[in-house]
Design a protein around this ligand. Structure first.
Ligand SMILES: Cc1cc2nc3c(=O)[nH]c(=O)nc-3n(C[C@H](O)[C@H](O)[C@H](O)COP(=O)(O)O)c2cc1C
Length: 458
């Protein structure tokens, strides 16, 4: 697969390279070849760990920095940089893998765990060694029952083989890691890293005030790194092929490939590993086979439901993290400078690439109803700790739903914007913005749909 229009942007190698999904059944006649330790080893598994253990810790961290690996959990924060926030003199450091994956539209981590659990364990071991972690946790979403079973089995295999729990020779002396799987109970908020840490500690899954950030004061008050499943899954590939190679595969300041989960109105929904610089247009019309029955595109949600939408005129932008902000290639894309909200960072299209959940909606979509559905989700998942989020998300859900069902009132559109502005920036964690930003995005980019409902109601 390659798109000549994008040739100058994307290295040719990136069109044919699969890293984290390389062992998925669709590439091996429907068989998940790496679900067992034996199968994983046959694909070259745990060779990267061997190489990593032969390197000094500092060299490994350098390699990750060079790779331009950015967190795949949603924020796209540079992984190597995050690691350097750990205090230099820390005696006890924890690594926690975030496998809570509850963002509507995102469904990649569960496949990574189900089809290639040892890739995650190997990545976890590499990161743990690099950071000097002796005990780590994988926090897996409660509803992922099958995936949790697969992961537990893989961890048991790794213990039995002496990869976990037993001292191994390394460039820094004998090294051993204890790895614990912890199952969540199905709360979206526990994907937020500090809520996750509270939940791991056996407390209510409420987010903590930051600072201090987990890298300084995290699990049980100790310095802690929280990384996403896909982020850790990339580490064996960085170690084997080198940080610079990984960086070159991507574009700009984002190394590697990108997993996207394309759903909604497309002929071939699915989880795809694509070049980092691929545009949403390519993703929809080439990768996912276009829109059913020749209908026209109305818009997309580019990175999970907490990300504001793009309208149909804005899809010629790469799914890379910075592209929705400052990438010069988006200069010809219609930009609406009068948008009434600022997400910070100069994001020109007022959205983010998020966790890779791309929801496509065509002209048959009731956009107000879609937005109302999203608002009901955030209301349901608000943990209730902060008043603006607890009350505001419910208010957004109620007003948006009444507009969608034809029971709206005059002034509802302005009211929705006012409520959203009252939430954003006024909560302990970003769940508030996860509702407020898409609300404002839908109101801005599909304003006429909302106004029409208001007029109808009056
Ligand atoms: C409400 C909320 C839910 C989140 N859910 C997840 C999640 O399910 N999985 C995830 O990896 N990150 C999630 N995040 C982001 C995490 O807080 C954190 O940034 C991420 O796990 C860090 O890993 P990374 O640097 O590898 O991306 C969520 C953030 C918020 C605010």
């Amino acid at each position: 697969m390659s798109d000549p229009a994008q040739a100058p942007l994307i290295p040719a190698e990136a069109w044919t390279t699969r890293l984290v999904t390389r062992n998925f059944p669709q590439f091996h006649g429907g068989v998940a070849i790496a679900r067992t330790l034996e199968g994983y080893r046959k694909t070259g598994g745990y060779e990267a760990l061997k190489k990593a253990l032969s390197m000094p810790r500092a060299a490994l961290v350098d390699e990750v920095k060079k790779s331009n690996l950015r967190g795949r959990g949603g924020a796209g924060f540079a992984t190597g940089l995050k690691w350097t926030f750990l205090p230099k003199d820390a005696k006890e450091i924890y690594l926690v893998c975030n496998c809570d994956e509850s963002e509507p539209g995102t469904c990649k981590d569960r496949e990574l765990v189900e089809y290639d659990p040892h890739q995650l364990i190997e990545g976890f071991l590499i990161a743990s060694y690099a950071l000097g972690v002796k005990r780590g946790y994988i926090y897996i979403r409660g509803e992922m029952m099958q995936e949790a079973k697969t992961l537990v089995r893989a961890v048991e295999e790794a213990y039995a083989a002496g990869l976990l729990g037993k001292e191994q020779a390394s460039a820094e002396g004998p090294y051993a890691l204890e790895l614990v799987i912890h199952r969540g109970a199905g709360a979206y908020i526990c994907g937020e890293e500090t809520a996750l840490l509270n939940s791991l500690e056996g407390k209510r899954g409420w987010p903590r005030l930051k600072p201090p950030f987990p890298a300084v004061k995290g699990l049980f008050g100790k310095p802690t790194i929280v990384n996403n499943v896909e982020t850790l899954g990339n580490l064996p590939h960085i170690v084997l092929k080198g940080g610079e190679w990984f960086a070159r595969l991507g574009i700009g300041k984002s190394g590697g490939t990108r997993i996207v989960c394309v759903s909604g109105h497309v002929n071939k929904p699915g989880v795809y590993e694509l070049p980092m610089g691929v545009t949403f247009r390519h993703m929809i019309y080439e990768t996912a086979g276009g829109i059913p029955n020749g209908r026209k595109l109305r818009g997309i949600i580019p990175g999970g439901s907490s990300m504001p939408p793009l309208d149909a005129s804005e899809i010629d932008v790469p799914c890379e993290f910075d592209a929705l902000m400052t990438d010069p290639r988006i200069k010809d894309v219609m930009v609406k400078p009068d948008m009434p909200f600022d997400m910070g960072g100069g994001r020109r299209l007022k959205t983010m690439a998020g966790s890779g959940g791309v929801v496509v909606f065509d002209e048959s979509t009731d956009v107000v109803a879609l937005c109302a559905r999203i608002m009901r989700f955030y209301h349901h998942e608000s943990c209730g700790q902060c008043t603006p989020c607890r009350e505001g998300t419910g208010w957004l859900a109620r007003v948006c739903t009444r507009l969608a069902t034809g029971e709206g009132k005059a002034g509802d559109v302005d009211l929705l914007a006012e409520i959203a502005h009252g939430i954003a920036g006024n909560t302990i964690c970003p769940l508030g913005e996860a509702a407020a930003w898409p609300m404002l995005g839908f109101l801005t980019k599909f304003r006429e749909d909302f106004l029409a409902r208001e007029r109808k109601a009056a």
